[in-house]
Design a protein around this ligand. Structure first.
Ligand code: PEP
Ligand code: MN
Length: 360
């Protein structure tokens, strides 16, 4: 989507002096729950009331949403509080019903974005809509699949588009339910700076204690707002109980967050920044020179291995280097994850170099 410029800056319409907040329960459970939640949210920064009506559950046998009835409750909540409304759509039938009840914002869930077939059907059903359509990242960490979905909607003349970062599942257990993989959204912002970007800290965290830190990181990275699961009695929620927070906690979190300016024209800031950026450029240049030097030695070893008919990969040696570097990294305040990623990349490049030499 090269004509990113053609996207409407729908966020500006709200003239907010704080990040956009979409809040509400994971699932609409009862009419009373939704309306009471909306009244509480009215006292927070929330502009939109979210509620899942059709719930995508990983395994059958769990609560799968109240269906069309919930859309009536959402609208009663809107009439009583003035909050705008938001729900997830995962099929053209959902889109028809969301249109019938005039829901203001529709979002595409992570399990939907992953399928270009369903995205295409949804784009056709939503053709030309002026409603806001937000696209969650696909469950797999694939930036082009995510952007491909944005492009499909854009092709069908849906202009009020945005994206929601909800993290990426991994088989390995981490402290997050879904790993944030921030780099993917940094790449996204570099490619499409005008596409509004929201964070869904609830589905990333899976645990309400992590929500504040995730939100602050998002603001530090220039995000435009949040979608946060909010429930009057989180522990009793019918879905995603451990990650939901009360509207009161939501207010406490948004009050504590530091919103960053996207830039500053203070002269002293500009001049210091310029000096430090020049220093960084010099350091980057040195890093490249040192890497090139390392690769020259790697090439010589490649020749030696070829002459002696020895395999490229020497696992013992590689593991020894890695443990030593992780330890040295820790002494220099560099995280294990960073050292692993960096040395894996260096090692891969070294193997590629030696492969060229040995196979010639
Ligand atoms: C949700 O927002 O409740 C939801 C199901 O999200 P996701 O598609 O990110 O899993
Ligand atoms: Mn949920």
């Amino acid at each position: 989507m090269k004509d990113n410029k053609h996207l409407r800056h729908w966020l500006d319409d709200f003239e907010l002096d704080h990040p956009l907040v979409i809040a509400g329960p994971c699932s609409a459970e009862t009419e009373e729950q939704l309306i009471n939640t909306a009244h509480k949210l009215k006292e927070t920064d929330a502009t939109f009331l979210r509620a899942g009506i059709w719930k995508p559950r990983s395994r059958p046998g769990h609560f799968e949403g109240v269906g069309e009835e919930g859309l009536k409750w959402i609208n009663t909540a809107k009439d009583e509080t003035g909050l705008l409304t938001a729900t997830e759509v995962a099929s053209p039938q959902h889109v028809d019903l969301a249109f019938k009840y005039d829901i203001d914002l529709l979002w595409i869930g992570a399990r939907t974005t992953v399928s270009p077939f369903i995205v295409q059907e949804l784009a056709e059903a939503l053709k030309g809509t002026k409603k806001i359509v937000l696209i969650k990242n696909p469950v797999n960490p694939d930036l082009s699949l995510w952007l491909g979905a944005v492009e499909r909607f854009h092709k069908f003349d849906i202009q009020n588009l945005g994206v929601i970062h909800r993290g990426f599942p991994s088989y390995e257990k981490t402290k997050y339910r879904n790993n944030p993989e921030w780099q993917i959204t940094i790449d996204l912002q570099n490619n499409f700076p005008n596409l509004p970007l929201l964070l869904d800290p609830s589905h990333i965290a899976g645990n309400r204690a992590l929500i504040f830190d995730l939100c602050q990181t998002a603001l530090d990275l220039n995000y435009d707002g949040f979608m946060i699961e909010t429930h009057l009695d989180p522990d009793k929620a019918w879905s995603d109980a451990s990650q939901q927070i009360t509207p009161d906690t939501l207010s406490k979190i948004t009050k504590k967050l530091k919103v960053r300016e996207s830039d500053s024209d203070v002269l002293e800031y500009q001049s210091l920044l310029k000096t430090m950026r020049s220093e960084i450029e010099l350091v980057d240049h040195k890093i490249l020179e040192i890497l090139a030097k390392r690769m020259k030695i790697v090439d010589q070893i490649g020749k030696l291995k070829k002459e002696n008919n020895v395999a490229i990969l020497q696992s013992k040696r590689w593991n020894a280097i890695l443990s030593k570097m992780i330890q040295e990294g820790a002494e220099n305040n560099l995280s294990e994850a960073f050292i692993l990623n960096m040395f894996k990349a260096i090692h891969q490049e070294s193997i590629n170099h030696q492969k060229k030499i040995i196979d010639n």
